[in-house]
Design a protein around this ligand. Structure first.
Ligand code: 8GP
Length: 797
């Protein structure tokens, strides 16, 4: 389509959809008009895809997730539809700054971290591959909180992404289900009838998710909660205006906020309500669709593959059994069998505190019928596996991990190491009973967003050398290996990185007022704050390095900028102290006239998808330094490697597989292995010993402890230091010396610019396997049993 036609469509939307005159239009208006124009392009392929799936009676994937961290959608859609040139030209014609308009879109922050971003990458890959799929979740009014810093401390403000209209969604008032809570169960003619005490309406909002080249689009269906009777007219007429609106307010609470907690499950009752709310609505929707297309319920597992993204939707097991057995009268064992063959469960963390458990009391109050069904599912499982004792219901608690496992056809881990640890630790007994059930699917990331759209310079260079087939067949990047000894290619590769770093430096100057040198190494750690991710190991090493530079300021130091970004759960005190410490250290180091030309610390607030897109293309070094055995996979690690950052990392999660692929020479390994971690914990006073053995570590900790970075409150970090020198569960002290050694190797390597660039290019060339397209193909083959996708649609049934 010529850009002039595109321009007319934008103007048409501006005039008729937004009701604005061009002279009066704000950037917001232009963005909305542009978004509607782009959305029109998607809508056609979306309808085609739905028709093809329906007419072909194709099997669909239903991805149930509490989180979809989709970020901004306009740029992504423009890139996937290949409308970038037209859109820019049309906006230019209209006298509007395209980039500025794109930048007004708020991030849809409907997730906490890795699990939510993975869900977003998966939806895009499913569309690119052309596999019929629907992502189901909650339309949170407030996504993850907005982070600001006040004197270096994290502050949380509500995220208000829906204060402007959301251009991408279609409201479906006609798709609504009544979801019940509480009440009683009684038997009638041998059948259990649940009469809930309270009802909430789940109402659907659909966002199309377009794949590469726009040839297929799937749906993200998010549920909003509203009251069955939102308004109490009698109360209103009696002058009780607040009370009159109360039913609506209470019901809406369910889709009000995303729980801002990445590890510990809190908010108990409301959280369980949210989980049941979206799971129950999604299952009803799935069954209604199935029953429209098929009249034999026995076909359910052949047509429906449900993926439980972690245990948050684990109530799907008993709920599906309830819908089949109680509501449709299918015999109990047959119902369990049907449900089990549809359901699959992905585990994302082995941290015990993150494995959900609900008290029997709470479950019984909120979901009395489900509690009874869980007990029956346990009996059924015990009957089939005599002599074994693993149950979902134990000591007054419902264990959602066990329940998910028992009710799943397949259970998967998210990296090879994590899957093996799952078999040996949390699910060892269930694995022994069902050795075929656990499979591995190493995570991946979508190359459309994480390379093509966020790193246009690297993308242009890559396409110039190997053609553009890599965009949906990322392993073609290996063909870049033929170019890594070509000086012209390496020059261009390093020029692209340099330009990305200049862009970032300009942004840092504008937004934080700090000047950073694009010639310095950009060393980046971005992720949620957690002790196991060990941002404190990084900042302690920074302090030690600063001390050495001060001792010897004339030595040949490799200039570095350490960049951190990430949010801490509001209730996670230790994580917030680490943020504070990083900011305090940054304040001192950045003001140090002797050392700051060699070492700076930058912490932009409010890490989100958009900030990641800005930081990753500009990275030289990727920090993946978790305690081995704790990071299930990581996906940031993959994004960095693809964009040509070298990794300093432990043998944890997918780091192991990244190192295998990019080669040990192009990866800076340090630290204990998962087994060594377990052994080390048994050593008495392991932390104190490590500190005693490494004077550098001792000196850095002493500076932190004595208030060098917090003179206004010298004992501010006593707690942090006491932890790292005392219990040190995550072995910061024991891994410090080896981390220091690896970092000095990094320094030396960075000084050899040509060799560094070659290693960076090899990281790009050898990371193609980490595409989420590959991961999705793995799920299709090993979990969902789907062989048909767009390419096979006509051959289906
Ligand atoms: C994360 C894992 O920590 C990360 O290693 C992995 O790459 C990612 O999932 C995707 O598989 N886990 C979570 O984000 C997580 O457990 N979040 C839930 C507690 C909310």
């Amino acid at each position: 389509m010529p850009h002039t036609e595109f321009r007319s469509e934008i103007l048409r939307h501006l005039t008729y959809t937004l009701g604005k005159e061009a002279e009066m239009a704000t950037r917001y208006d232009w963005r909305m008009a542009l978004s509607y124009t782009v959305r029109d392009r998607i809508t056609e392929s979306w309808h085609d895809a739905m028709r093809t799936s329906r007419d072909g009676r194709m099997k669909r994937v239903y991805y149930l997730s509490m989180e979809f961290l989709i970020g901004r959608l306009l740029e992504d859609a423009v890139v996937n539809l290949r409308l970038d040139k037209q859109a820019e030209a049309a906006m230019l014609d209209l006298g509007v700054d395209y980039d500025a308009v794109v930048a007004t879109e708020p991030d849809a922050a409907l997730g906490n971290g890795g699990l939510g971003r993975l869900a977003a990458c998966f939806l895009e890959s499913l569309s690119t591959i052309g596999t019929p799929a629907i992502g189901y979740g909650i339309r949170y009014e407030h996504g993850l909180f907005r982070q600001t810093f006040e004197n270096g401390r994290q502050m949380e403000e509500p995220e208000d992404w829906l204060s402007q209209r959301h251009a991408w969604e279609f409201e479906r008032p006609d798709v609504a289900f009544e979801i019940g809570f509480g009440g009683e169960v009684h038997e009638e003619n041998g059948r259990c009838i649940w009469t809930p005490a309270e009802h909430v309406i789940a109402s659907a909002h659909d966002t199309p998710v377009v794949g590469w080249q726009g040839s297929w689009s799937n749906t993200l269906r998010l549920w909003e909660a509203r009251a069955a009777h939102a308004f109490d007219l009698a109360a209103f007429n009696a002058g009780r205006y607040v009370a009159a609106a109360e039913p609506g307010t209470l019901a809406r609470t369910i889709s009000r906020v995303l729980y801002p907690d990445d590890t510990t499950e809190q908010g108990k009752e409301l959280r369980l309500k949210q989980e049941y709310f979206f799971t129950a609505a999604s299952l009803r929707d799935i069954l209604a669709r199935f029953e429209r297309e098929h009249d034999d319920i026995a076909l359910l597992p052949e047509k429906v593959a449900i993926q439980l993204n972690d245990t948050h939707p684990a109530i799907a097991g008993p709920e599906l059994v309830r819908l089949l057995h109680d509501e449709r009268g299918i015999e109990f064992n047959a119902s369990v069998d049907l449900a089990r063959r549809c359901l699959n469960y992905t585990n994302h963390t082995l941290l015990p505190e993150a494995l959900e458990r609900w008290s029997e009391g709470l479950m019984g109050r909120l979901l009395p019928r489900h509690l009874a069904l869980i007990a029956r599912i346990d009996e059924w499982h015990a009957r089939l596996n005599p002599g074994r004792t693993v149950t979902a219901l134990e000591h007054g608690q419902v264990k959602m991990g066990e329940l998910s496992f028992i009710m799943a056809n397949r259970v998967n881990g998210v990296s090879a190491l994590h899957t093996e640890l799952m078999k040996k630790t949390v699910f060892s007994e269930l694995h022994a009973l069902h050795p075929e059930r656990i499979v591995n699917q190493t995570n991946g990331v979508t190359p459309r967003r994480w390379v093509l759209s966020s790193n246009p310079r690297l993308s242009a260079l890559t396409t110039d050398r190997i053609g553009e087939g890599w965009v949906d067949d990322l392993e073609q990047l290996s063909r870049l290996e033929d170019h890594v000894d070509d000086p012209a290619f390496l020059d261009a590769y390093s020029a692209a990185k340099r330009a990305n770093k200049e862009d970032l430096a300009a942004w840092v100057k504008d937004s934080l007022g700090e000047k950073i040198d694009p010639a310095a190494m950009f060393d980046i750690q971005i992720k949620r704050l957690h002790e196991y991710k060990r941002q404190h190991l990084n900042i302690i090493e920074t302090v030690a390095l600063w001390q050495e530079i001060r001792d010897n300021p004339n030595a040949d130091w490799t200039p570095r900028v350490k960049i951190f970004a990430g949010k801490a759960a509001p209730g996670y005190v230790f994580a917030k102290e680490i943020i504070h410490l990083i900011n305090d250290v940054g304040r001192v180091l950045n003001a140090d006239s002797v050392t700051s030309k060699f070492l700076k610390v930058i912490y932009p607030p409010n890490y989100n998808v958009t900030l990641a897109e800005r930081l990753i293309p500009a990275a030289d070094l990727s920090e993946q330094i978790s305690t081995a055995g704790k990071e299930a996979s990581g996906t940031g690690n993959m994004k960095f490697a693809l964009n040509g950052a070298l990794t300093v990392g432990t043998l944890d999660g997918a780091n192991v597989e990244i190192r295998e692929r990019v080669g040990a020479d192009n990866f800076f390994l340090f630290g204990m292995t998962a087994e060594e971690v377990v052994e080390r914990r048994r050593v008495e006073n392991h932390a104190a010993r490590a500190v005693a053995d490494d004077p550098r570590l001792a000196r850095a900790l002493e500076a932190i402890r004595s208030g060098v970075f917090s003179p206004e409150e010298p004992d501010r970090y006593h707690g942090v230091v006491a932890n790292v020198t005392g219990p040190d569960y995550f072995l910061v002290s024991s891994d410090f010396s080896d981390y220091w050694r690896a970092q000095r190797e990094v320094d030396a390597a960075y000084r050899d610019t040509a060799a560094w660039t070659r290693a960076a290019a090899l990281n790009t060339a050898r990371s193609g396997w980490f595409s989420s397209d590959r991961t999705i193909r793995g799920y299709m083959a090993d979990i969902w049993d789907i062989r048909s996708s767009r390419a096979f649609a006509t051959a289906a049934e």
